[in-house]
Design a protein around this ligand. Structure first.
Ligand SMILES: Nc1ncnc2c1ncn2[C@@H]1O[C@H](COP(=O)(O)OP(=O)(O)OP(=O)(O)O)[C@@H](O)[C@H]1O
Ligand SMILES: [Mg+2]
Length: 412
């Protein structure tokens, strides 16, 4: 059965307003997570630097290792907050949809009495989606499934590649991926099924836990914004199946973002090196941290607070025949030119510039597909000395002309 298409303009306006409100809350919490991540970068970076100065196995080394281990857990939490809190414009990219659904299901249903059963998914096409927003849409469906089975049960998730020929008023012709999410819950009575996608329709209004009735309307809005469709089949006493149809990506293989290391140490040892590095970051504490890290590792360092200054310094160093061996650019600079625009301009000055993008947004297209944007490497905040030094060493020692032929930078 398809979602109701009767006149619901009042409901739609309410929904739009509500979505705008949710988006500004999401932007606010995303901003807090971003600031928190910068603090965590300074904490973890300095702890890992302090570890370099203590005797291995000493009591001080143990305390520092414990503090580092706690910050690694905080890193996992912040990453989740950043992933789930960004609203606003759709930022679509080819996405491994099976991987995304598995992650969302595990995250949404963790700690509940619900099992997850994922069906065969070999050869499922990647989807062309904004993974954060689709993640939110799927999360709402998982929560509803769990709430429909208060005594526990299983959520079955199946995937299917679908080709639509001809198209219709809702879907264009083309390739899609269908995700079926089936629960063993109480089902939806026939008199409710036409209303469940309406804003504020909720049957969860008894007792302390009231539903807002916005979960499904938000999922519906996100999925249709993607050119997809959400439909439902349900039988009372048996369960409900939500089908989510999303446009498949027709391009090359999706790029999966670098997986956060779950509370683990980056393998290997810090690598020392030499050379001159330009560090651009708007946060004084990050500049200080990176300066200390680089000095400890044996590098010389210069700083810039924003892109404009980085470009001036880079140009001046080139003219003085004292070019930088690498630049580390923060992706987001408050009120100034960020990493993406800066690399574009640096490439115009020096097509062989060796740059590392640094950001807390691991899933940002610029970080996930850093090479397309002209970077040689990425570091995701918060980072520790081992990862940071190994990546920088690889970049500094790279033969720039071979490693990175000049290309046009891609705009997002
Ligand atoms: N899997 C499901 N099984 C049974 N009923 C469902 C299921 N999913 C949705 N419903 C029905 O649709 C209604 C609307 O769902 P929706 O997610 O929009 O709001 P909610 O879950 O009530 O509140 P909120 O999502 O804000 O917590 C629910 O109250 C419930 O009656
Ligand atoms: Mg809900």
């Amino acid at each position: 059965m398809t979602p109701p298409s009767a006149d619901r303009s009042k409901g739609r306006n309410d929904l739009k307003r509500q979505i705008r409100q949710l988006e500004s809350i999401a932007a606010l919490s995303g901003g807090i997570a971003h600031d928190y991540n910068n603090l965590l970068t300074a904490i973890m970076g300095n702890l890992s630097l302090a570890m370099e100065h203590v005797t291995p196995g000493s009591p001080l080394a143990t305390f520092l290792e414990q503090a580092l281990s706690a910050s690694r857990s905080a890193k996992t939490l912040t990453r989740r907050l950043i992933t789930f809190s960004k609203g606003g414009q759709l930022e679509k990219s080819p996405t491994d949809i099976v991987h995304l659904v598995e992650n969302v299901a595990a995250f949404s249903l963790s700690g509940s009495n619900i099992n997850i059963q994922i069906g065969a998914n070999e050869g499922i096409w990647p989807a062309q989606v904004d993974f954060q927003q689709i993640g939110q849409a799927l999360h709402n469906l998982m929560i509803n499934a769990a709430e429909a089975m208060p005594k526990g049960g299983t959520v079955f998730i199946d995937f299917e590649n679908v080709t639509i020929n001809g198209g219709n008023s809702i879907l264009s012709a083309g390739r899609y991926v269908n995700i079926a999410i089936r629960d063993q819950g109480m089902g939806i009575p026939a008199e409710h099924i036409e209303k469940i996608f309406d804003p504020y329709f909720s049957t969860k209004n008894r007792g302390a836990s009231k539903g807002t009735g916005l979960g499904l309307s938000i999922s519906h809005s996100i999925i249709t914004k993607h050119g997809g469709e959400i439909t439902v089949c349900s039988r009372t006493g048996v369960g409900s199946t939500f089908h989510v149809l999303l446009p498949a990506d027709t391009g090359p293989q999706p790029i999966v973002p670098e997986k956060p290391q779950r509370n683990e140490r980056y393998p290997g040892k810090p690598v020392h090196g030499k050379g001159k590095i330009l560090v651009m970051d708007d946060e004084a504490m990050i500049r200080e941290l990176v300066g200390n890290l680089l000095n400890h590792l044996g590098y010389e360092v210069d700083f810039a607070e924003a892109g404009e200054i980085a470009i001036r310094k880079y140009q001046a160093a080139m003219h003085a025949s004292q070019a930088y061996d690498a630049v580390i650019l923060d992706l987001t600079i408050k009120g100034g030119m960020g990493g993406q625009e800066t690399i574009g301009q640096l490439k115009a000055i020096d097509p062989f510039v060796k740059a590392i993008v640094s950001s807390g947004y691991a899933e940002s297209p610029v970080v996930a597909r850093y090479e397309e944007y002209g970077f040689c490497e990425r570091v995701t905040k918060p980072y520790e000395i081992i990862e940071f030094s190994q990546k920088l060493d690889r970049v500094v020692r790279q033969d720039a002309s071979r490693a990175h032929p000049p290309t046009e930078t891609t705009a997002s």
